[in-house]
Ligand binder design. Structure first.
Ligand SMILES: [Zn+2]
Ligand SMILES: [Zn+2]
Length: 226
C-alpha cells in the first residue's frame, strides 16, 4: 500500500505480475513507477493491470501515465470509463451533510482540477476481472455512478475487499465526503457490510485498512442509516 496526502493505492501480486488497485492523483504516478522499479520486493514483478474502484481524480488521476509507461491495462466500470477516455471525471456531486464532508469537499475535492490526462483504453469491468486468479467486482454506486468494491482472495486464503470511497476511515468509519447520489450511496454502504461478512479485511481509498469484526460491521451498518 502506498499513501500520499491521505489517498491510498494498493498493489497486489500474483505469480510474477502486479496489479494496482487505484492509481492515486496524477502526481503519484512517477513515485509509484519508481518504487516498482527500485524496491527489491517489487522489481521482479511486472505491472500488468490497474483496476480502478471508480473514476474520481484521486483514484484515476495517475492511471494514464502509469499505463503509458508500463503498458498496463486499465480497468473500470463502464460508467467511469466513458468519462476517463475523454479526460473527465466530475459529475454533479453534493457534500455529505456532515462536518467532515462539508470541510473536506470544500478544502480538497472542489479544488481538484476538472480534467485529467485521458486514458486511451479502458477495459470494461463485468462481474469477474480475469486477472490475479479472478477478482470479483460488485457495483456499489452512490459515491460515484461506477463505484465498485473489488474482492480479492490472496494465496493465503484471506479475502480483502477494496472498497474505494463507499465509505472512509477518518478516526473510525465515516460517510464519504461527497456523493453523486446519497440515498443510493447509503444503500451501498449497507450492501458493503453484507459483502464484508465473509471477508477478512476492507481496504479503503482513504484511511484503513480495517480488519473485519462484528463491531466494525455494526458501525458500517449504522453509517448507512444516519
Ligand atoms: Zn471518490
Ligand atoms: Zn477518494
Amino acid at each position: 500500500m502506498a499513501t500520499r496526502r491521505g489517498v491510498n493505492v494498493y498493489l497486489i501480486s500474483h505469480d510474477e505480475t502486479a496489479v494496482l488497485v487505484d492509481s492515486g492523483t496524477p502526481d503519484m504516478a512517477k513515485p509509484l513507477l519508481k518504487s516498482m522499479s527500485s524496491e527489491p520486493a517489487l522489481t521482479d514483478l511486472k505491472l500488468s493491470d490497474v483496476v480502478l474502484t471508480h473514476g474520481h481524480y484521486d483514484h484515476a488521476g495517475g492511471a494514464a501515465d502509469i499505463a503509458s509507461s508500463s503498458g498496463a491495462t486499465v480497468w473500470a466500470h463502464p460508467a467511469e470509463g466513458d468519462l476517463l477516455r475523454r479526460g473527465e471525471w466530475r459529475r454533479d456531486t453534493a457534500a455529505s451533510p456532515t462536518l467532515h464532508g462539508r470541510l473536506l469537499t470544500a478544502l480538497v475535492a472542489n479544488r481538484y482540477p476538472d480534467r485529467l490526462t485521458p486514458i486511451r483504453e479502458v477495459q470494461q469491468i463485468a462481474d469477474i476481472i480475469p486477472i490475479a486468479n479472478g477478482l470479483r467486482a460488485h457495483h456499489l454506486p452512490g459515491h460515484a455512478l461506477g463505484q465498485l468494491a473489488i474482492e480479492w482472495k490472496a494465496s493465503d486464503g484471506k479475502t480483502t475487499i477494496f472498497a474505494g470511497d463507499v465509505f472512509m476511515d477518518l478516526f473510525g468509519p465515516r460517510e464519504p465526503i461527497l456523493y453523486e447520489d446519497r440515498l443510493v450511496g447509503l444503500r451501498s454502504i449497507s450492501a458493503l457490510a453484507d459483502l464484508a461478512k465473509t471477508a477478512d479485511r476492507i481496504a479503503l481509498g482513504h484511511g484503513g485498512p480495517l480488519e473485519v469484526t462484528e463491531a466494525l460491521l455494526r458501525k458500517i451498518r449504522q453509517l448507512s442509516n444516519p
